[in-house]
Design a protein around this ligand. Structure first.
Ligand code: 7RM
Length: 647
């Protein structure tokens, strides 16, 4: 994390009492009682919640199967269909007319989709997938804009037991191809285009590109006509979503699926190698997406309008734009465009127009909106807002205070939610009307979550800094990395194997009240605007260019993005004027625009230890423009430092 942020977090002493509410969790005593229930009877409490909150096709008899750790299984002899829980049960109980999705297009168009309508479309989409040969257990990749059809496609996959893998639309054709191939998908669902800043992005073009270079497993491309631009069409392979759905019945029985059936794969960056396909199961994932809506957001499906600004290409969009709100029978707002288009008031305009009550976004967006000035939010009626959430990266106290005062008008609790793609749902977060909050702290583990800060030996740190671990399994935990068992064990379980702890990859501090303050990644993973990127991935993209011999990528402080990307590069050829631009474009093509380095600095040599390891700490200090604090006595070629510093 940014040094300024660390300092402001370390100095932070303010405490804010939760506002009064007659909600089910209205004091820290309620948090304590619920948390204690898990300590006293871990499996019994989880089992009771799973019975109460989910609709089962066949009830389970065993809550947790821990015979083969870390391959934990939850509710494993039960059967359940996620789409039935998100749709059929609400329609059956008379909520068919309630709005499931409010969609706001960037150009101004709005759609309200009721539960009845959503169910009918999901059934048609499910029947379409079946007609294209998709069967239970097959993989379907989605490369989509933020439109209701994306949620429909996810739910349709879940309905027939096809494992979906959503790839963020900002990733390049190359990244898309890697993911399609790794997942072995038989169908890709995309759109002719999606809107961003008034421009239609040609999503299908990237899919065509990816498929032309491999992806032999793909038989069909299902295309939603949305952007209105001309697209190439391959007869026999490409299928028009609307035409296909129109020909299908709106009834499709929900497949009987085991609790542990793989619901989705979502690729995320790690410190080594290519992005890994995080696998989530059906029942456990759904239970926690459902419950955390209530715990962290105090979600009231009958009256709330919930808006999570994350793209469904990320885990936040999966759990809190789609599955969490819909499982509860509530209303989820989806916005297709850019939050600052046509101006920085767009978000607040949408909140006013759709009477948003619970709003969830990333600190990077908050910082960008602060910079735009208070006139934007002040011009809109934000009085309906009652809970404000943040996610993705540490929030600096200054941004927290602005969110609290200017947006929440000191009325709305701020919920800073710490979690990961791997955890499926929130792990550490305040309960908005129960937990006193401190700006910059995600506060306390949610009931049922056992999080600790430990030292390098895995001993619990009562107060002070260390590594963040989860000491007990939880229902929505990742079930593995797609196709790579050993990487799963190595990445998450090896470090504290003697204790059986899950290692999150984050540094954290525990204060005198037991509050947890997340200090950022301790591995080679960057957090750029709340998006996870591996330094290795960016380095590989750089060295795949013919001009590049070697590359070392580190994070550097960035006021808005939290972290920026700084690349040190040695060349095989001589430096040309436009090489920085060429390399940035190359990374964009290899990974996606989000991975473009902010700074590329050429050097004839990279600083290495005698054993040949790149001295990353040294590079981080240089990238931050700081005095060098690391020990450089082992540096072979000391004269390189001035060049690295750009002198
Ligand atoms: C949900 C999501 C996970 C990484 C995680 C942290 C960082 C997420 C917070 C946070 C501080 C937070 N999934 N992170 N939330 N850091 N405070 N509230 O972001 O898989 O993409 O990233 O994000 O480093 O390990 S993710």
């Amino acid at each position: 994390m940014n040094q300024d942020n660390i300092e402001s977090i370390l100095e932070e002493t303010r405490i804010f009492s939760p506002p009064q509410s007659d909600t089910s969790f209205s004091s820290l005593d309620h948090w304590q009682i619920t948390s204690d229930a898990f300590t006293t009877d871990f499996e019994g409490t989880w089992g009771k919640l799973a019975q109460q909150h989910l609709t089962w096709q066949k009830t389970f008899t065993q809550v947790l199967d821990e015979t083969n750790p870390p391959f934990y299984r939850w509710f494993s002899d039960g059967q359940i269909n996620l789409s039935e829980n998100c749709l059929d049960r609400h329609v059956k109980y008379g909520l068919g007319d309630r709005t499931a999705i409010i969609w706001q297009g960037e150009a101004g168009d709005v759609r309200h989709i009721s539960y009845t309508e959503l169910l009918a479309n999901v059934c048609k989409a499910a029947n379409t997938l079946k007609s294209l040969g998709v069967k239970t257990g097959d993989r379907v990749v989605l490369y989509m804009p933020m439109i209701p059809e994306t949620a429909m496609a996810m739910l349709a996959c879940a309905r027939i037991g096809a494992t979906h893998s959503v790839v963020f639309g900002g990733f390049s054709a190359q990244s898309l191809r890697d993911r399609i191939e790794d997942a072995g998908a038989s169908v890709v669902i995309t759109a002719d285009g999606g809107y961003r800043r008034g421009v239609v992005h040609a999503l299908k073009l990237s899919v065509d590109d990816a498929l032309s270079q491999g992806c032999k497993s793909v038989n069909h491309l299902l295309v939603v006509k949305h952007g209105g631009n001309d697209v190439a069409w391959q007869e026999g392979r490409d299928v028009d979503w609307h035409e296909a759905l129109a020909a299908q019945s709106d009834i499709c029985p929900a497949e009987i699926l085991d609790s542990e059936h793989p619901l989705f794969i979502l690729y995320t960056s790690g410190s080594t190698g290519k992005p890994k396909g995080i696998v989530h199961s059906t029942a456990g994932y759904l239970l926690w997406a459902h419950l955390t809506m209530q715990y962290s957001f105090d979600f009231k499906p009958e009256s709330d309008v919930f808006w999570c600004t994350a793209d469904v290409g990320w885990i936040t969009g999966h759990s809190y734009s789609v599955y969490g709100p819909l499982s509860n029978g509530g209303t989820s707002l989806m916005y297709e465009g850019v939050p600052t288009y046509p101006d920085a008031g767009r978000i607040w305009k949408i909140c006013q127009e759709h009477q948003v009550t619970v709003f969830y976004t990333a600190p990077t967006a908050i910082r960008a909106l602060i910079k735009a000035g208070d006139d934007y939010p002040n011009a809109y009626d934000l009085s309906k807002l009652r809970v404000l959430g943040t996610v993705g990266e540490p929030i600096n106290p200054e941004a927290w205070m602005w969110y609290h005062k200017t947006i929440g008008q000191e009325r709305c609790p701020i919920v800073d939610t710490w979690w990961q793609t791997e955890t499926g749902g929130h792990m550490i977060a305040p309960m908005p009307f129960a937990t006193p909050t401190k700006p910059g702290s995600a506060t306390l583990p949610l009931p049922g979550v056992f999080a600790e800060v430990v030292d390098a030996d895995g001993e619990v740190v009562k107060e002070g800094g260390g590594l963040l671990v989860l000491t007990k399994p939880w229902p929505s935990m990742l079930r593995g990395i797609w196709g790579d068992k050993s990487r799963f064990i190595e990445t998450y379980w090896q470090k504290f194997a003697n204790k059986g702890y899950y290692f999150a990859g984050d540094g954290a501090r525990k204060d005198e009240d037991g509050y947890i303050w997340i200090m950022g990644r301790v591995d080679d993973v960057l957090n750029v605007s709340g998006h996870r990127l591996g330094t290795m991935e960016i380095e590989s993209a750089l060295v795949s260019h013919p001009a590049v011999a070697e590359a070392a990528v580190v994070g550097c402080p960035d006021d808005i993005k939290g972290e920026g990307i700084f690349a040190f590069v040695t060349l095989k050829t001589t430096e040309t004027n436009d090489l920085v631009q060429v390399l940035r474009a190359h990374v964009s093509q290899e990974i996606g625009a989000i991975a473009k380095p902010d700074v590329i600095r050429f050097t004839h040599d990279l600083p290495k230890t005698r054993s040949g390891k790149i001295m990353r700490r040294l590079l981080r200090d240089i990238a931050a423009g700081k005095a060098i604090t690391s020990d450089i006595s082992t540096l072979e070629n000391q004269s390189v430092i001035a060049i690295l510093q750009g002198q």
